[in-house]
Design a protein around this ligand. Structure first.
Ligand SMILES: CC1=C(CCC(=O)O)c2cc3nc(cc4[nH]c(cc5[nH]c(cc1n2)c(C)c5CCC(=O)O)c(CCC(=O)O)c4C)C(CCC(=O)O)=C3C
Ligand SMILES: [Fe+2]
Length: 342
């Protein structure tokens, strides 16, 4: 199939103190997040002057994709729109329409399945198209990429680089701790056509990154950034509880690798580099946080490869991937339906 454009679709984040609350209201509208939690998260953003790093990271990725496309003769304009903050996806889709784009592919900055990571972005696209009206372009989301070498290899290199900062004499008591955004257990149960796809994909990515980076080290997959009301169960253990338990059991050193994310946005620089680091200090663990792919050339090239899978004859037979879980281009209708409200 031929496409006229690529759209980078992301979460969005505030870039001024006065935008923090309206942004948080957009994120949590209708999702039952208690006001206390919202106030706490607003403080995390204000700690960074009300500026989330995520939008600049998207601008950097956008520039890198454009340069990579130009260097490889891919003649597709690249646009950018967000779920929760400007540039809002509906404005971007209106621009696509004004520019005469009829069909576009969407690269979403999340590697995994699940409602928040996949289905909700498809709903964002559908809502933006509906807002633009009948002449809105068709927009097809590119596939999930949790086990693509362009995602796994940068994470693995980052784990290796982080390990190099730890004391080699303590290697026997060093562990890898992979983290991803926690989600409600009901959302996890509904992820993918047969359920539990989000944790299953993360377990596969963790296994692949560890195999490439440090096959001799023990590893765990744990969760971070829990939101929602306290009585609703979310995936556990939390990274902070886990670090305390590790220290208790004799671990001296950890590399924390946020495989759930593609860039060092606020959930990384606050929840890990500030909170989890604080926990590690308190319980006496050596702690190094591994980098995320960001604009690693292999990650940027992956975007072009995912496009080629959809646009080149036989492209779907040349998928590069390291894992074994089932993979598809177009999600079945039953996939990742929203978690039932408690
Ligand atoms: C799976 C997942 C990803 C990974 C996939 C992806 O990347 O999309 C992700 C990413 C992110 N989450 C982010 C920020 C927030 N997430 C929140 C709340 C929530 N996240 C959830 C899940 C996820 N979130 C869920 C189930 C909620 C509860 C409310 C709801 O059901 O929607 C809240 C509300 C306050 C709170 O934390 O309580 C905020 C501010 C940012 C931006 C950081 C920045 O600004 O740099 C990013 C990239
Ligand atoms: Fe989130």
């Amino acid at each position: 199939m031929a496409y006229d454009a690529l759209v980078l679709v992301s979460f969005g984040g505030p870039e001024r103190p006065e935008d923090v609350l309206p942004f948080l209201q957009n994120v949590t509208r209708g999702r039952g997040v208690p006001p206390e939690r919202l106030a706490e998260v607003a403080e995390h953003y204000q700690h960074f002057g009300g500026v989330s790093p995520i939008n600049q990271q998207c601008r950097d990725l956008l520039a890198a994709i454009r340069a990579d496309f130009a260097a490889h003769g891919v003649d597709l304009p690249v646009y950018w729109g967000n779920r929760n903050w400007h540039p809002m996806l509906a404005d971007t889709v209106a621009q696509l329409r004004d520019d005469g784009v009829r069909t576009a592919l969407a690269f979403v900055t999340s590697a995994y399945g699940g409602y928040s990571s996949c289905r909700q972005y498809q709903e964002d696209i559908a809502r933006a198209r509906a807002a633009v009206g009948p002449d809105a372009p068709v927009i097809d989301k590119l596939r999930q990429f949790w086990d693509h070498p362009g995602f796994v290899e940068p994470h693995a290199d980052a784990v290796r680089a982080a390990l190099a900062q730890l004391d080699p004499a303590r290697r026997a008591t060093t562990r890898l701790v992979f983290t991803a955004h926690s989600i409600p257990t009901s959302m996890a149960a509904n992820a993918g056509p047969h359920g539990n796809r989000y944790p299953a994909q993360l377990a596969e990515t963790a296994r692949l990154v560890r195999a490439a980076a440090a096959p001799d080290l023990p590893y765990d997959l744990v969760w971070q950034s829990r939101s929602g009301p306290p009585h609703v169960p979310w995936l556990e253990p939390d990274v902070n509880d886990h670090l305390a338990a590790l220290a208790e059991a004799g671990t001296t050193s950890v590399v924390v690798s946020p495989i759930g994310f593609v860039s060092d946005h606020l959930e990384v620089v606050w929840d890990l580099d500030t909170e989890a680091l604080e926990t590690a200090k308190r319980v006496g663990l050596d702690f190094v946080r591994a980098a995320t792919p960001g604009t690693d050339p292999r990650f940027v090239a992956m975007v072009r490869e995912l496009v080629a899978e959809r646009t080149e004859p036989g492209g779907e037979r040349r998928r590069r991937r390291l894992g074994e879980l089932p993979l598809w281009d177009t999600c079945p209708a039953v996939c990742c339906v929203p978690a039932r409200r408690p």
